[in-house]
Structures are given as structure tokens and as C-alpha cells.
Design a protein around this ligand. Structure first.
Ligand SMILES: Nc1nc2c(c(=O)[nH]1)N[C@H]1C(S)=C(S)[C@@H](COP(=O)(O)OP(=O)(O)OC[C@H]3O[C@@H](n4cnc5c(N)ncnc54)[C@H](O)[C@@H]3O)O[C@H]1N2
Ligand code: MOO
Length: 395
């Protein structure tokens, strides 16, 4: 058995990005950039109006009210190369190119019209209502740094910079193999005697997608070693990461590691001094990394969150350490001594960074997971009094 920190170090040492691939703008949301993105255009491409109104020269506003000939209209998307003449103004709409000779756009609410003439009776001297050419970015400016995950806001900046193809890190392909004779597909347990729904493989797949994986397969296997060996071979040939749930402990049908042995399993660790989740293990079969999670649903989700999540972040090109970042919270309760393992208590954020331990800490309590926003880390041998600070990782 190794300590939790050592397990994290081993995971982090394997959490290196896979290859890069080109991705279209329409599919880039959620992807991690392998290369920074630079603007292909400047924005805006010329001085543009920030208001619907009239483009005018300040010299023509020296005496108010000013009566100016409206010499034309500028809509966005139309060129506007004719300079403004003295005594004229031009009708302009938001985004329209401001003509040479205009110093400001007077918003239409401050202008009256009389036939072909605009009468400006007031304007706000401090508001030119013109967005300067390239005020946001210039061609060649860096819009997005490498290794960031593109969210909806970053997609706007990239598309606005006229970029439609992105070099992204490949998403890690993940196969989830649940094991156990008692498991059945959710939705069938009420009509299938002696079974329970396979909840864990769905939870692990959901967590893995959240941390950037693409799920290539998910299935549940009976405790039948030859069948399991075939599934292990197939999964390790098709996925970058294989997650096996259950069968991690010492029971007579705990075949999770054994099923990979004919395929050349190299174990990096087996058992970690953490609670829940002690039976978690990690290894490699050919090019695939294999992580075995304990079957108890809470143990599976805690180990997935603490060890699988950083692995997936790193393989997908993000900083794996992000998944292990913690914040300091204040305990609303005492926490008794932790014994020889680091304990990850499930907790709920109250207010002002104060946390309540959730009532059921049983590693099979699925309903209690719903309320568990945080994992509070109580290092081996520690105890905490109400009001003390403790490190919390979002769950
Ligand atoms: N003698 C010992 N017994 C156990 C030890 C030990 O050290 N010595 N460790 C305990 C700990 S800690 C855990 S955690 C469990 C983990 O055991 P396994 O990984 O072998 O898990 P299973 O036996 O397959 O299942 C445990 C439990 O979880 C349910 N389960 C399993 N898979 C799923 C699933 N996909 N969806 C929903 N529920 C699942 C299963 O029915 C069992 O009830 O071992 C302790 N025992
Ligand atoms: O430590 Mo096991 O993973 O809780 O029940």
C-alpha cells in the first residue's frame, strides 16, 4: 500500500498529453488547445459606429442647434469611402464604417430631421460613439493561449478572430468495464431477481466526460474470467484509458486485475492509504493505462475524482494538478482522528466557506452522493475541531 501523495505523483507522471489533431470551429467547444490561437483579422476592421445615429464633424457642431445636410446612409457591411463634406452629416447604423472627416456619431435620440436635413440640438462631448479600428485586437495578436479548454466565451474570441481550424489535443478515449454478477442495466433491476443496477459505470463515464474524455465503450461484465479476459484485451486495444470497476478487493471473484494479466499488465500501484477507496489500483497494458476502482459506489466516485480526473486532464493537455486544487474551508463540526489513511469526508458547502459533513459517510451510500459537493481531506493521524480550517476539493 502506498500513500495518497505518492499515488498522485505516479498518476501525474503518466498524465502527459496524447497527440494533437485539427478540429473545426463547430466542434471545438470543450476542447483543449495544443497551439495558441492568433487573430487572422483585426477587429474592428475600421473605425465603426457604436450607435445608430449621424456621423458628424465636430467643427459643424460649434454652434447649436446645427442644421446639417444628410448626404447618405451607411449600413454595416457596406464600404464607405466618400469623406464627409463641411456642413454635411451621414446617417449611420451601429457597426457601419465611420466616414473620413467625421469626429463622432450623435445618437439619433438627440437628432431631429427636417426633409434632407438633420438638426442636432444637443450631444454629449465625452461620447464619440466610435469604436476605433483594431481597438479589440490586431491581426497576429494572441487571442487564446495553448493548453486552455475552450469554453463558450473563448469560442466567440476565436471565431471573431476569423479562425475556423484549431490544433487541439486529442481527447483521451476511455473504456469503462463494470464487473460483478449482481449488476444489471439500470431500468431492469426491478424485474430481474437478485440484481442491482450498475450505477457506477454511468457515474464514472459522466465524470470522465466532464474531465475531457471521450467514452468509447461502457459495459458490465459477469464474474467469468475467460469472458473478462477477452473484454480486457479488446478495451486495452481500443482505449487510451481503461477503467475497471469492482473486483478490486480480495474476494474469491475479484478478477479485475487478473483479467488483464494475460495481456501483460504492469502494475504501478495496488492499494492506496485513503478512505474510501483503499483497493484502487493503476497500471498499464500495452499503450493503455488501466485504473481499477473499488466497486462501492462512493469509493468508486471518490477515487475517480481524485485519481482518474487528474489523469484525464493531463492526457487531454490540461494541467492535471488543477483537478487536485483545494480551497480552505471552515468546519461546522468536529472530525475525529483519521487513523492510518487519509480520509476524504463528503461535505456540503454551507455559507462563508463553512462546511457541513454530510450525514452518511458509508462508502455504499448513493443517495448521499447527491449532497456531497466537496471532499474534505483529513490527513492520516489528524483530527479537527469545529471552527478549524480544512482543505476541500470540489467533488
Ligand atoms: N476482506 C476484505 N474485504 C474487503 C476489503 C478488504 O480490504 N478486505 N476492502 C473493502 C473495501 S474498502 C471496498 S471499497 C470493497 C471494494 O471491493 P471491490 O472493488 O472488490 O468491489 P465489489 O466487491 O465488486 O463490490 C463492492 C460493492 O459495490 C457494489 N458494486 C460493485 N460494482 C458496482 C456498480 N458498477 N454499480 C453499483 N454497485 C456496484 C457491489 O454490489 C458490492 O456491494 O471491498 C471491501 N471488502
Ligand atoms: O475504502 Mo472502501 O473503498 O471504502 O469501502
Amino acid at each position: 500500500m502506498i500513500g495518497f501523495e505518492e499515488a498522485c505523483d505516479i498518476i501525474l507522471s503518466r498524465a502527459r498529453p496524447l497527440s494533437a489533431e485539427m478540429v473545426d470551429l463547430a466542434h471545438v467547444h470543450g476542447r483543449v488547445l495544443a497551439q495558441s490561437v492568433t487573430a487572422a483579422v483585426e477587429y474592428p476592421p475600421a473605425d465603426v459606429s457604436a450607435m445608430d445615429g449621424y456621423a458628424v464633424a465636430d467643427a459643424d457642431l460649434a454652434t447649436l442647434p446645427a442644421r446639417l445636410l444628410v448626404d447618405g446612409k451607411v449600413f454595416p457591411g457596406a464600404s464607405n469611402e466618400t469623406p464627409l463634406k463641411v456642413g454635411s452629416c451621414r446617417r449611420i447604423f451601429t457597426g457601419g464604417f465611420v466616414p473620413a472627416g467625421a469626429d463622432r456619431v450623435v445618437m439619433q435620440e438627440n437628432v431631429e430631421t427636417d426633409g434632407d436635413f438633420a438638426i442636432v440640438s444637443e450631444f454629449s462631448p465625452g461620447s464619440r460613439n466610435i469604436r476605433k479600428q483594431g481597438f479589440d485586437f490586431r491581426r497576429g495578436d494572441t487571442l487564446l493561449r495553448a493548453n486552455i479548454r475552450l469554453d463558450h466565451r473563448a469560442v466567440v474570441a476565436a471565431a471573431g478572430g476569423d479562425v475556423s481550424q484549431f490544433s487541439c489535443w486529442r481527447r483521451p478515449r476511455l473504456a469503462v468495464l463494470a464487473t460483478g454478477d449482481e449488476l444489471t442495466e439500470p431500468g431492469t433491476a426491478s424485474t430481474t431477481p437478485d440484481t442491482i443496477p450498475d450505477s457506477v459505470s454511468f457515474g464514472v463515464a459522466a465524470l470522465a466526460e466532464h474531465y475531457g474524455a471521450s467514452i468509447v465503450s461502457r459495459c458490465s461484465l459477469r464474474d467469468d474470467l475467460p469472458q473478462m479476459e477477452r473484454a480486457a484485451g479488446k478495451a486495452s486495444n481500443t482505449a487510451d484509458v481503461v477503467v475497471v470497476t469492482g473486483g478490486a478487493s480480495v474476494g474469491e471473484r475479484d478478477f479485475a486485475k487478473m483479467m488483464f494479466e494475460p495481456h501483460g499488465l504492469e502494475l504501478f500501484f495496488s492499494k492506496v492509504a485513503m478512505k474510501p477507496g483503499k483497493p484502487v489500483w493503476f497500471g498499464r497494458v500495452g499503450n493503455a493505462l488501466v485504473i481499477g476502482l473499488p466497486g462501492n459506489p462512493v469509493s468508486a466516485m471518490v477515487t475517480a475524482r481524485l485519481l482518474l480526473a487528474p489523469l484525464l486532464l493531463g492526457l487531454g493537455g490540461s494541467d492535471p494538478q488543477e483537478a487536485l486544487d483545494s480551497i480552505e474551508c471552515e468546519l461546522n463540526h468536529d472530525l475525529s482522528s483519521s487513523g492510518e489513511r487519509d480520509v476524504f469526508h463528503r461535505a456540503k458547502l454551507a455559507h462563508d466557506r463553512r462546511v457541513d459533513i454530510i450525514s452518511s459517510q458509508d462508502s455504499a451510500a448513493q443517495r448521499a452522493l447527491v449532497d456531497a459537493d466537496l471532499l474534505l481531506r483529513a490527513p492520516a493521524g489528524s483530527s479537527f475541531a469545529k471552527g478549524e480550517k480544512i482543505q476541500a476539493i470540489n467533488f
